[in-house]
Design a protein around this ligand. Sequence first.
Ligand SMILES: *Cc1c(COP(=O)(O)O)cnc(C)c1O
Length: 394
Amino acid sequence: MRYDRNDLNKAFISHAPGYWAADPPEEWHDYTWQLKNRINSLSQIEEHLTLCDEERSGILLSGTKLAMSITPHFFNLIDEADPEDPIRRQVIPRIEETWYDESDMADPCGEDSHMPVPGLVHRYPDRVLFLVTDRCAAYCRYCTRSRVVSGAGEQELETDYEAAFRYLEENRGIRDVLLSGGDPLLFSDRKLEKILERLHRIPHIEFVRIGSRVPVFLPQRITPELCRMLQKYHPLFLSVHVNHPRELTLEVKEGLERLANHGVPLGNQSVLLRGVNDDVETMKTLIHKLLMCRVRPYYLYQCDLIQGSSHLRTPVSKGIEIIEGLRGHTTGYAIPQLVIDAPGGGGKVPVNPEYVVHRDAKRIVLRNYEGKLFEYPEPNLPQSAPLEPAALLP
Ligand SMILES: *Cc1c(COP(=O)(O)O)cnc(C)c1O
């Protein structure tokens, strides 16, 4: 079957194998083969793809910053004929990563200053971010944690597991733990289970979630054994990270369905990236495909001010324009919340199109998705005077 470019985005296509096959071919489906055969050098990549000068220099320089590493599965999604391919832009370094932008920061979300224990970010009162590893299946060029991730940079993630577990046990206000890194699904089933098991024993922890791009970079890792293990630790949620509809291949869909069939509720966090997903049509196709994979779009992030990402960042107005192009025009379930992770450590702040045209004590005037105006009268309550506690008494 042949697809035009639009259909190619919409269809769940099996891309295994494209540029090259495993030998013997069955190995393609083995995640350890995918990991062992990741592309992480200039010579390897040039065997399969013609690079431009910007990419060639970017790859040579990536060894001292954020390493390059691409699974064969993800690499095969690159459309060789398109130098602006949205898959390519996410994982192949470019010389622009060495550009200096005065807004750039090494730790844009102020995580290092919110770590009571190495590897545990405690910013919000009731939940923590637990950085369990510094490795991923592949490296996103706009990684918000590039200062510690991949092992190529100067800073190291020195997670103190024992101290982290003790902190979680002692702080009874923490009810939600988010496992991230790096990518927790790179751990063996046994190693990951040890962490989940330990968290499960802490009575005040109500909810655990995993942030992972493994279902997208390495769908072969989502084995029935892994899913059966995860199933023992409910409620367990998983947030994936898909940016472009073409990342949702048949293999990825099957992995996501397997997780969902084992009771794992799925969300997606996208990063808004210039030349990747910064238009309404691409984003709409993406979120529709996500729903078909039983994944609920959760956040759309304005790209963090991470060093070397200025060429991938969009104006904030672009994100607002995209949300406006979705709200009312498609399924509410499909629409993510646009957020900016406030530079310096303010946490995630929602950013929304303005639908309130006017508001006073008597009424609110609203604009709908078609631009039509509607008025909602406020209830006729004596609300001008603040309510005194005495007024609540009979
Ligand atoms: C994103 C994040 C969380 C989780 O935030 P939610 O809005 O609950 O998804 C928790 N802690 C830190 C430090 C984070 O960056």
